[in-house]
Design a protein around this ligand. Structure first.
Ligand code: CMX
Ligand code: CO
Length: 146
């Protein structure tokens, strides 16, 4: 069951400048940063609120680390902006299988590693009315250095 908005993924050209915009404009602080080489991104997670299921909701600011990454390709075509939405679930495997059975393309055979040790998969935007949709099961971990 999808129980929350885990994050909104926002693609940007310059992560440090974008982090500074969210800090100085809204007062959102960086909760966690990491590089995910498999996804080809350097990212910052800004925690917006905690939720009643023990999870949280974040903004995920994404800067590409290489030209051939999905985010670099998307930025070249669209410029900066909202790239995807992610729903949180306690069971990404079960929810992905159930959604696949409804005829929506699930992009990964098995969930892959996402932010902060989470397990993630994606649904094809063309099957979701134009919205690239991620499913996330969080890992119960402490924030890392940033
Ligand atoms: N939102 C909505 N539509 C999108 C999209 C997005 N983010 N990215 C691509 N599309 C659309 C394109 O506009 C295009 O539509 P048209 O044919 O009408 O022009 C179509 O999908 C195909 O796009 P493409 O540019 O040819 O891109 P690809 O098919 O190579 O890749 C996708 C699209 C969804 C398969 C790829 O982006 C993907 O695998 N995404 C999942 C991984 C990811 O996004 N990782 C980065 C974030 C990591 C994280 O959140 O942790
Ligand atoms: Co994401």
């Amino acid at each position: 069951m999808l129980t929350r908005i885990d994050h909104i993924g926002i693609a940007c050209f310059d992560l440090d400048k974008t982090v500074e915009f969210y800090r100085s404009t809204y007062g959102f602080e960086v909760f966690h940063t990491e590089v995910n080489e498999e996804q080809g991104v350097r990212e910052a997670m800004l925690k917006i609120n905690e939720t009643s299921d023990g999870g949280a909701s974040y903004l995920q600011l994404l800067e590409p680390t290489r030209e051939d990454s999905t985010v670099a390709k998307w930025l070249a075509k669209n410029g900066e902006g909202v790239h995807h939405i992610a729903f949180g679930t306690a069971d990404v495997d079960g929810d992905a299988a159930a959604i696949k059975d409804k005829g929506v393309r699930v992009l990964y055979e098995e969930p892959r590693r996402g932010s902060m040790g989470s397990r993630i998969t994606f649904l094809h935007p063309k099957d979701c009315h134009g919205v690239l949709t991620e499913l996330v099961t969080s890992a119960p971990v402490e924030p890392s250095e940033h």
